[in-house]
Design a binder for this molecule. Structure first.
Ligand SMILES: [Zn+2]
Length: 450
C-alpha cells in the first residue's frame, strides 16, 4: 500500500501523544445520546472530516476509554486497533496527500474522568443532575475521537439527545431543539474554528436564557445564551447580566469579538474544580464574580481565537486573561495594573492566595513540566510580562493597539511565544524589548526592576 502511517502524536513538549500527524481536521460532527438512567452511558457517532497532509496508509485518532464498535472511512468499513489513547485506523485504500476524507466512528460506554498531571480533573465529569465535559488540556478524548491538540482547530456540529426535562448545552449557537418519545435533542453549531480542548457539553436541569446584545450602527446584536444550574440562579443573575457590558468593554480594548455567539454555563460549585474558557460559553463551577467573568471572556480573544501552538505557550492564554482582569480593575475603581504589578513584585499576597514567592518558581514561557502549565507563574508572571511590555512601549494607546493587533493577526489561528516577541518587536521597532524577554519571559528567578 502506498503512503506511510501518520504519527501518533505531534511532539508537544508536555503532551507528546496529544494530537496525531498526517491530517488536518476541518469539521467534527458528533451525535451523542446520553442515558442518565443507564448510569450516564453515552452512545456516540463521530464523523471527522479531515484533509490528508501526507500520503496515508494509516492514521490515528485520540480516544481514551469507551468501546469502539465500528470505524468507516468514506463510507467503507475500515480495520482498526487500539493502543493506549490511540485509535489506529487503516483505511481500505491509502489516502493521497491533499485528499479530503471522512472517518465515522461508532462508540459507546461510560466516559472517563481524566486526572491531569497537576491532579485536576477533566474529561467527562458526572454531576448531580447529569454530566459536564471539560477538555483542558487533553480531556476531550474522553468523549469523542479526534485530533486532540490545540494546533488543529475545526468547525463543530454537536447534537446531544437527553431525557426530556434535561437540557444539553454546548458551544456555538443552538440550531435546533426537538422532543420525541420522551427524549429531547439539542443541536449546536460552531462555525468558527475551535480547538478540541475548548469543546464542551453540559447536561443538566439548567435554567436557560437566550437574548441578543444591543445592536449598534456598526454591528448586529450578538446572540447570548446562558445556562444556569437552578441552585446558582439567584447568586449569578446579576453578574451574568453584565455579559454584554463586559464584551463591549473588551471589544474597546481587544478589538471585535471573534465569534458569533457568547454566553456562560454555571454549574454547582463542586461540579468542577475550576472555571474554563470553553468557546463561546465559559463554564463556571458556582456563580462567578465579575473579575472571573472578565477573565474567561477575555480568553475568547486570547486562547480561543488566538490559540497556543503547543501547551508550552499557555502563558499566551493565561497571561493575557489575567492582564485583562488588571485592566478591568484599573478602569472600574480598583487597583491599577501598576499597583498590582508592584504589589506582586514586592511579595504581596492578594485575596485568593495570589502572589507570594510561588510566582517566581519558573519563567512563564518555560514551565518545567506538564504538571506546571497552570501554575501561578503562567498567570501572574505572564501578566507581568505584558505590563513590562506596556511600560516599555510607554504609551497606553500604542499598547492597546498592540493587544488588538495580536488578536487580529492570529484571529482563529495558532501562535507561539516566538511569534509574540517577533510581533511586538516588529510593531514597535523604536523600543528595545530584549530585557523584558530575557528577564521576565525566559529568565529564572525574580527579575530586578531595572
Ligand atoms: Zn484562564
Amino acid at each position: 500500500m502506498r503512503g506511510a502511517p501518520g504519527s501518533s502524536g505531534l511532539r508537544d513538549p508536555y503532551f507528546p501523544k496529544a494530537g496525531n500527524g498526517g491530517y488536518d481536521v476541518t469539521h467534527y460532527g458528533l451525535t451523542l445520546d446520553y442515558d442518565r438512567d443507564g448510569g450516564g452511558r453515552l452512545e456516540g457517532t463521530a464523523v471527522v472530516t479531515a484533509r490528508a497532509t501526507q500520503d496515508l496508509s494509516a492514521f490515528q485518532l485520540d480516544l481514551e476509554g469507551l468501546d469502539v464498535r465500528l470505524v468507516a472511512v468514506d463510507g467503507r468499513e475500515a480495520r482498526w486497533d487500539r493502543a493506549g489513547q490511540e485509535l489506529v485506523v487503516c483505511p481500505p485504500s491509502a489516502l493521497r496527500e491533499g485528499a479530503e476524507f471522512r472517518t465515522t466512528v461508532r462508540y459507546s460506554g461510560r466516559p472517563r474522568v481524566i486526572t491531569d498531571p497537576d491532579g485536576s480533573r477533566e474529561g467527562w465529569l458526572p454531576t448531580a443532575d447529569g454530566a459536564l465535559a471539560l477538555g483542558e488540556p487533553v480531556g476531550s478524548m474522553a468523549w469523542f475521537p479526534g485530533n486532540h491538540h490545540p494546533s488543529d482547530k475545526a468547525a463543530y456540529d454537536v447534537s446531544v439527545t437527553v431525557p426530556e426535562g434535561l437540557r444539553a448545552v454546548s458551544n456555538g449557537v443552538l440550531a435546533d431543539e426537538s422532543t420525541e418519545g420522551g427524549r429531547t435533542t439539542f443541536a449546536w453549531h460552531t462555525a468558527e474554528p475551535m480547538a478540541s480542548y475548548l469543546a464542551t457539553v453540559a447536561v443538566g436541569e439548567f435554567e436557560t436564557r437566550a437574548y441578543e446584545t444591543r445592536a449598534t450602527a456598526a454591528e448586529d446584536g450578538l446572540p447570548v445564551y446562558v445556562a444556569v444550574d437552578p441552585s446558582q440562579a439567584g447568586a449569578s443573575g446579576e453578574v451574568l447580566g453584565r455579559i454584554p457590558e463586559v464584551v463591549a468593554w473588551a471589544e474597546g480594548i481587544f478589538g471585535p469579538y471573534p465569534f458569533s455567539s457568547v454566553g456562560a454555563i454555571v454549574e454547582r460549585p463542586g461540579d468542577a474544580g475550576y472555571a474554563l474558557e470553553t468557546q463561546n460559553r465559559p463554564v463556571f463551577p458556582g456563580a462567578p464574580d465579575v473579575v472571573l467573568l472578565v477573565h474567561e471572556l477575555a480568553h475568547q480573544w486570547y486562547g480561543d481565537s488566538v490559540t497556543p501552538r503547543t501547551w508550552r505557550d499557555m502563558w499566551l492564554n493565561e497571561g493575557f486573561a489575567t492582564y485583562a482582569e488588571w485592566l478591568w480593575q484599573e478602569e472600574h475603581g480598583g487597583a491599577t495594573a501598576q499597583e498590582i504589578f508592584d504589589g506582586l513584585h514586592a511579595g504581596k499576597v492578594f485575596p485568593g492566595g495570589i502572589g507570594g514567592p510561588s510566582i517566581w518558581a519558573f519563567p512563564p514561557a518555560e514551565p518545567p513540566g506538564a504538571e506546571h502549565i497552570s501554575d501561578s507563574p503562567v498567570y501572574q508572571r505572564g501578566a507581568m510580562v505584558l505590563h513590562r511590555v506596556r511600560e516599555t512601549v510607554g504609551d497606553d494607546g500604542a499598547f492597546r493597539a498592540l493587544l488588538r493587533g495580536w488578536a487580529a493577526e492570529h484571529r482563529h489561528g495558532n501562535a507561539a511565544t516566538v511569534d509574540f516577541t517577533a510581533y511586538v518587536e516588529r510593531s514597535v521597532p523604536e523600543k528595545d524589548f530584549g530585557a523584558v524577554w530575557e528577564d521576565w519571559l525566559y529568565g529564572d528567578g525574580k527579575p530586578e526592576r531595572r
